[in-house]
Ligand binder design. Structure first.
Ligand code: ZN
Length: 61
C-alpha cells in the first residue's frame, strides 16, 4: 500500500485525496493554498494589498 500524504501540510490523506497535477492534497483548501502560493509570482489577477478595509468598527474613535 502506498502511503499518501498531503503535499501542502504533510498530513496523511484518508479517503479520497484532492488531486492537482501530480500532487495530492488532504483537502481542497490545501490544494488551493499550494497552487496560490506557487502562482503568486507570475500572476496579477488577485488584489492583496488593501489592509485599510480590515479596520474594526472601533478604530479611530
Ligand atoms: Zn493538507
Amino acid at each position: 500500500m502506498e502511503e499518501k500524504v498531503c503535499a501542502y501540510c504533510g498530513d496523511p490523506i484518508e479517503g479520497e485525496p484532492v488531486r492537482r497535477g501530480s500532487k495530492l492534497y488532504c483537502c481542497e483548501a490545501c490544494a488551493f493554498e499550494a497552487n496560490r502560493s506557487k502562482d503568486c509570482g507570475g500572476r496579477t489577477d488577485s488584489v492583496t494589498s488593501q489592509p485599510l478595509i480590515e479596520f474594526p468598527d472601533g478604530y479611530g474613535r
